[in-house]
Design a binder for this molecule. Structure first.
Ligand SMILES: [Fe+2]
Length: 362
């Protein structure tokens, strides 16, 4: 089977839990009760329609003056990926500031904003803010706050997802992926904010897929440029049904290029998660290539950024130029509860491979 995150409890997919260990809901001390996940078994949505996405990063003033206003501080976490910002309030940004946010995130790949009020706003206001960056994606299987299916929840408490059981069959909870790549228009600028988390542990790690591409040899780059991969949502739907969960929208498969070009930066990035196979290759060939790519980004610690959550942190990443993984390393039973706003973006496209020698002449 091709390398995959499907079925991993580390995947950020909150499904109902079949276990006796789940405490009754009334016993939980809910800091954010409006954000507790529900599953409406009658909720069904039609297939997603294509839409025209306009990336606001293209309109942005590159000085970022409306985003990084007076009193703010920005610190780069790693040379190619990751920044941390303090001293601004995302929810108060002007349109110009939001445009610059999209640009900053496309350049730095992932940015952590501290001391934000997004979690304490009415959910409608949080969604209004996120909706500036693209059409809201409604996840086909994840639990969501009542009345707000556009919010994707990550919610784990006590031992409700069987870490012991999972680690009995695997060495690590790390599972690299980009979100919902099976959609025809997967997400771009994506927001994840913490409601509650363990004192220590539960970081999220990101890998720079542009740098992962840049590290490849010209011969490998040229080969990957010719390939498309089948991104499938079927296994996720089956996993949800197997856990007593919902499938709000019929699963889809979409073929996307293994190397996509970013519409704002022009950078090329590997784009290969939630993949079943590579078009035109035989199974062994496809599995070997996907295995290589998985190992390649997994050992790319020199272009990864691991972000520690703190209360009121919002992490914004560009799903087009990164892969990420939750890290499930706390055994204290503390709840980890996060909300994701997931604006969709353009259909992935590729531009032709340009050999380095040719590129130098441009
Ligand atoms: Fe994810």
């Amino acid at each position: 089977m091709a390398p995959s995150i499907i079925g991993s409890p580390a995947a950020e997919n909150t499904v109902p839990i079949k276990t006796d260990s789940e405490p009754p809901r009334s016993s939980l001390k809910d800091r954010y009760p409006a954000y507790l996940p529900i599953w409406d078994y009658g909720e069904k949505y039609p297939a997603l329609e294509p839409f025209n996405h306009v990336d606001h990063g293209k309109d942005a003033d590159p000085s970022l003056k409306d985003l990084l206003s007076e009193g703010s501080e920005i610190q780069e976490l790693k040379p190619t990926i990751g920044s941390e910002v303090t001293g601004i309030q995302l929810s108060k940004l002007s349109s110009a500031g939001k445009d610059q946010l999209a640009l900053l995130v496309s350049r730095r790949k992932v940015v952590a904003f501290r001391d934000q009020d997004l979690a304490s706003l009415p959910i409608n206001q949080a969604l209004d803010f996120g909706g500036y960056f693209g059409r809201h994606h409604i996840h086909p299987t994840s639990g969501s706050p009542e009345g707000h299916p556009e919010i994707h929840l990550v919610h784990r408490h006590n031992n409700d997802w069987g870490l012991d059981q999972f680690l009995a069959g695997k060495n690590s909870s790390v599972s690299w992926h980009s979100d919902v790549t099976y959609e025809q228009q997967p997400p771009g600028t994506t927001f994840l904010y913490i409601l509650e988390g363990p004192e220590v542990g539960g970081d999220t790690v990101f890998v720079d897929q542009v740098e992962a591409y840049n590290r490849l040899s010209p011969a490998t780059k040229a080969r990957l440029h010719e390939l498309k991969a089948v991104n499938s949502g079927f296994e996720q739907a089956e996993f949800s049904l197997g856990r007593g969960g919902v499938v709000r929208r019929e699963p889809v498969k979409n073929e996307h290029p293994l190397v996509r070009t970013h519409p704002v930066t022009g950078e090329k990035a590997l784009f290969w998660q939630v993949i079943r196979s590579i078009v035109g290759l035989k199974k062994e060939e496809s599995d070997a290539l996907l295995g290589f790519l998985l190992a390649h980004v997994g050992r790319g610690i020199d272009y990864q950024a691991r972000i520690r959550w703190a209360p009121n942190t919002v992490i914004v990443w560009d799903n087009r130029g990164t892969a990420h993984s939750a890290i499930v390393d706390w055994v204290t039973g503390e709840r980890r509860h996060l909300a994701r706003i997931t604006p969709q973006t353009e259909r992935p496209y590729e531009t032709p491979y340009i050999a380095e020698a040719e590129q130098a002449k441009v």
